[in-house]
Ligand binder design. Sequence first.
Ligand SMILES: [Ca+2]
Ligand SMILES: [Ca+2]
Length: 152
Amino acid sequence: MTCGQSGMCLPCGGSDSCIGGSCSADPAWTITIDSAIISSIDEDGSAWDAFGGPLADAYVAGSLADDIGIRWVTETIDNVTYPNWDEEVASYLQSELIGDGIGFFVLDSDTASWETIGNCVMTITMGDLKEGTKTITCGDLVSALTIDFAPQ
Ligand SMILES: [Ca+2]
Ligand SMILES: [Ca+2]
């Protein structure tokens, strides 16, 4: 079955999506924020916090890269350089992941606000999904951000 002209898609039915002009299987994948490696000091060489422990109180927020705004947020882990969230945050269609990628903000939670530790976009290929995990740098202060993928 063919579909899609100039960005318009006819319904494909089932769990298929219009990919490259034909209806193709488009399974959902769950996204798990696994872990990160965060600098112990900020870009000015200062502690992340003056009170309550100098290391970052780290959490990750994000969405598909084309989305406006934040769609999900992890728990905060206090005073860490190697946060291990292992937290499932979202489920997206394969076509969305490969088409858009995911935008991430790694943040330091403060009393009434936050500081940005890093932000980045992860591009995702079919190979990455099959591998089940991908690690990227996320700005100068996050030397590794690891995301896991699993078929839903
Ligand atoms: Ca702070
Ligand atoms: Ca802290």
